[in-house]
Design a protein around this ligand. Structure first.
Ligand SMILES: [Zn+2]
Length: 259
């Protein structure tokens, strides 16, 4: 009897140390709230790097607001910083660098020291907070604006990129951009849209832009008073003067995107 009790005790205690089952490992996430945003990090991320990300978020908000000519962003949201694309896929369902889910007030983002997606993802949240979700045929405006704000990881300006797409016949037809945005090469769709968004804002302002955002591509003529194709031809002739010869462009390098 005594022997049996001893064996049982051994069996029961073998997986427990100080009341904890050693088969179970702790995953600790820590969070901090600064103004309207709560930031979540894995406890392994050094404090210095967390503070850097938070500061970058705050700076990005200011810069994003300036781009769209707005004053403040007060929406209460959460930002989950994850450590790898594998983790992104697990939690957000998408193996991207970042994902802004407007209707859930949450951003998933990979914590990285270079080429951070913070400014891009913050712009999604801010612009949708100001103008609402985009029409089905305006996803290109949402991604274009976020790409214009967040940058492209390449050494070329948006104008040079657009010029290269024109000279090499890579421009994607506007019908595809508007109605089937996610079907084409994303290095082209995102940057082509970013250039067009910047052109629309710089040339015609935000009133019309935010209308097109909400009402969709089919209403372009109604909102702007001319066909989109007419604007594309105008851009073509403006760039022809600026770039009379083809520009040098490393497509292979560019097409790798942000690594
Ligand atoms: Zn995006």
């Amino acid at each position: 009897m005594k022997k049996i009790f001893f064996i049982l005790t051994i069996l029961i205690t073998s997986n427990y140390i100080n009341g904890q089952n050693k088969e179970w490992l702790k995953v600790i996430r820590e969070h901090k709230t600064v103004e309207n945003i709560t930031y979540f990090f894995d406890s392994n991320v050094p404090y210095k790097e967390r503070e850097f990300d938070i500061e970058l978020c705050r700076k990005s908000i200011k810069e994003d607001l300036a781009i769209i000519n707005e004053k403040e962003y007060k929406k209460v949201i959460e930002i989950e910083f994850l450590t790898s694309r594998k983790e992104m896929l697990k939690y957000s369902g998408l193996g991207a660098q970042g994902l802004a889910i407007f209707e859930r007030d949450i951003i998933f983002m990979i914590h990285k020291n270079q080429n951070s997606p913070i400014k891009h993802e913050m712009m999604h949240m801010i612009s949708m907070d100001k103008w609402g979700d985009t029409a089905e045929s305006s996803h290109w405006m949402n991604e274009g604006l976020a790409t214009y704000a967040g940058g492209t990881c390449s050494k070329y300006t948006l104008e040079e990129i657009y010029q290269y797409f024109m000279q090499s016949g890579k421009l994607i037809p506007m019908n595809t951009i508007a109605n089937d945005f996610y079907s084409a090469n994303d290095m082209i769709t995102y940057t082509q849209s970013a250039f067009l968004v910047k052109y629309l804002i710089d040339t015609f302002g935000f009133d019309k832009f935010s209308k097109l955002w909400k009402e969709g591509y089919n209403n372009f003529n109604k909102i702007y008073g001319f066909e989109f194709e007419q604007m594309q031809n105008q851009i073509k002739s403006e760039l022809k003067i600026k770039y009379p010869k083809d520009i040098e462009f490393n497509w292979e390098e560019f097409n790798k995107g942000c690594i």
